[in-house]
Design a protein around this ligand. Structure first.
Ligand SMILES: C[S@@+](CC[C@H](N)C(=O)[O-])C[C@H]1O[C@@H](n2cnc3c(N)ncnc32)[C@H](O)[C@@H]1O
Length: 191
């Protein structure tokens, strides 16, 4: 496990506890949930678990992966059923179980090689929802690492003929976030 990433995120969550507050799930995920066939989900870099909790409340079993023990501990306190498996792991070296999931979610986190590994973890007919920040001249946070920002239209370029784009959007982020930032989201389906 990358000790530095773990320490960095544990410090962030400890110093800014507002990051651990309950937040609503992404509207695109909510509006497409009825399309998901099956109930086995993966939440990548789940943080304090806005999507893990939402999916568990809607009948999914969720494998929730994050490097931060602080975030996972907070999430465990808010769960009231045992359909969630919390996994403390470094996603840089994590390969989700092949062909296991009906839905994978990766939000506010960008690891381009992991997108390919996660696509392998989807069953045929499964969905993959990705939503994260993109580069934009009007982003308020000017010191973001450009490696962790999407380019315009980039999410559509990751998936070949074996996938169908169900929805795609670029938009300004939610008001509760610390900085105004442009975001991009995609819901795709594996054939
Ligand atoms: C901005 S939060 C996103 C939380 C959640 N997905 C959401 O949308 O609300 C990013 C998360 O990525 C986790 N993270 C960062 N680097 C990681 C790594 N190498 N392996 C696993 N998790 C990591 C952090 O601990 C943090 O919880």
């Amino acid at each position: 496990m990358s000790v530095q990433d773990k320490e960095k995120w544990n410090r962030k969550y400890t110093e800014k506890p507002t990051l651990l507050e309950r937040r609503p799930p992404s509207p695109m995920l909510v509006s497409h949930l009825h399309l998901i066939d099956g109930n086995c989900a993966l939440d990548i870099a789940c943080g304090s678990g806005r999507h893990t909790r939402f999916l568990a409340e809607n009948g999914f079993c969720v494998d929730a992966v994050d490097i931060s023990s602080v975030a996972l501990e907070q999430l465990s306190k808010t769960l009231n059923n045992n359909s969630v498996t919390l996994i403390e792991a470094d996603l840089d070296n994590y390969t989700p179980h092949e062909g296991r999931y009906d839905l994978a979610v990766m939000t506010n986190y960008l690891d381009r090689p992991l997108i390919g590994r996660t696509a392998q973890s989807l069953k045929s007919g499964a969905h993959f929802f990705i939503e994260t920040y993109m580069a934009h001249p009007q982003n308020e946070k000017k010191d973001s690492n450009p490696d962790f920002l999407l380019n315009a239209g980039e999410l559509k370029t990751f998936f070949g003929q074996n996938f169908t784009v169900i929805a795609y959007e670029e938009f300004w982020n939610e008001a509760y976030e610390l900085y105004k930032m442009r975001k991009q989201s995609i819901m795709i389906k594996k054939k």
